[in-house]
Design a protein around this ligand. Structure first.
Ligand SMILES: C[C@@]1(CC(=O)O)C2=NC(=C\c3[nH]c(c(CCC(=O)O)c3CC(=O)O)Cc3[nH]c(c(CC(=O)O)c3CCC(=O)O)/C=C3\N/C(=C\2)[C@@H](CCC(=O)O)[C@]3(C)CC(=O)O)/[C@H]1CCC(=O)O
Ligand SMILES: NC(=O)c1ccc[n+]([C@@H]2O[C@H](COP(=O)([O-])OP(=O)(O)OC[C@H]3O[C@@H](n4cnc5c(N)ncnc54)[C@H](O)[C@@H]3O)[C@@H](O)[C@H]2O)c1
Length: 198
């Protein structure tokens, strides 16, 4: 079973094995989260040259590539090799995603909608990645770009409210009221509360 967690990548050393289409998608995902990764592959898809802050190693995978690695995405087109690398990772306690074998993975990459700090992840436990991608497109419509600012302001107001109300149930009432407001109403509320906070 796969459990939803949000993982802090700051101190993680990440290796991607393979330079094909699937590896490129996973690398773009890391780049969305400002994370640089190392990729080892004899051949790279064109898109890799456009990625910033990545280290490309142009050769076949070698076991020493796993030294000091905490997380690995195994994405070659050779199922047997992917399974072998996954076993090496397991022995070294490296958390691993094998793109062609969910049973060899200890995490999967969710489809997601990211609006600043708002992150909506979608998983079907490997049953239908296409369904994940479809639900993502639906959620992108419902939760548009404006949710980045909306979430940011909610965070600022939350701090003010926690300071202002000692009573936990009143705090909860206020915080729950805010998420019912539109972005414009929330902005007005923020200006008002900011003035009172001074
Ligand atoms: C969500 C997304 C995230 C991402 O990769 O960024 C993702 N796959 C995406 C797309 C996609 N992948 C595939 C198709 C073709 C149609 C189809 O098969 O449905 C499409 C659709 C498309 O391209 O639109 C084929 C496929 N995928 C996997 C296998 C191997 C297998 O099942 O064993 C095969 C068959 C290979 C073959 O033999 O052909 C395996 C996995 N793919 C996962 C994630 C994990 C489970 C996620 C979940 O639980 O839903 C998991 C288990 C492992 C992992 O990769 O972490 C991304 C959506 C991007 C977005 O957000 O728009
Ligand atoms: N998880 C997913 O979302 C998903 C989606 C589609 C396909 N897949 C599966 O993922 C696999 C990869 O798909 P793709 O479309 O990226 O394939 P691809 O053919 O585009 O790329 C394969 C890559 O593996 C590299 N490679 C081969 N041998 C290597 C080695 N010894 N060391 C390092 N790199 C090596 C190649 O250089 C190439 O860059 C396929 O087996 C496919 O079944 C997974």
């Amino acid at each position: 079973m796969f459990y939803p967690i949000n993982i802090n990548l700051d101190n993680m050393n990440i290796l991607v094995v393979g330079g094909g289409k699937v590896a490129l998608r996973k690398c773009k995902n890391f780049s969305d989260f400002g994370k640089s990764v190392t990729i080892v592959s004899p051949i790279f898809e064109d898109g890799f040259s456009e990625l910033e802050n990545v280290k490309l190693i142009k050769r076949e995978f070698e076991e020493r590539d796993l030294n000091n690695i905490n997380m690995a995405i195994i994405a070659t087109n050779n199922r047997k090799l992917n399974a072998e690398i996954s076993d090496m990772c397991r022995k070294r306690n490296i958390i691993t995603n094998v793109v062609d074998d969910i049973d060899k993975s200890n995490f999967t990459v969710s489809s997601y909608v990211k609006r600043g700090n708002l992150l909506i992840g979608i998983s079907t436990g490997g049953t239908s990645p296409s369904l994940s991608a479809k639900i993502k497109r639906e959620l992108e419509e419902k939760y548009g770009e404006e949710y980045e600012e909306y979430t940011l302001i909610l965070g600022k107001l939350r701090k003010i409210i926690i300071k202002k109300y000692e009573d936990k149930s009143e705090r909860k009432k206020q915080l729950n009221r805010l998420v019912k407001l539109s972005l414009d109403e929330l902005k007005k509320e923020y200006i008002k509360e900011k003035i009172n906070d001074k």
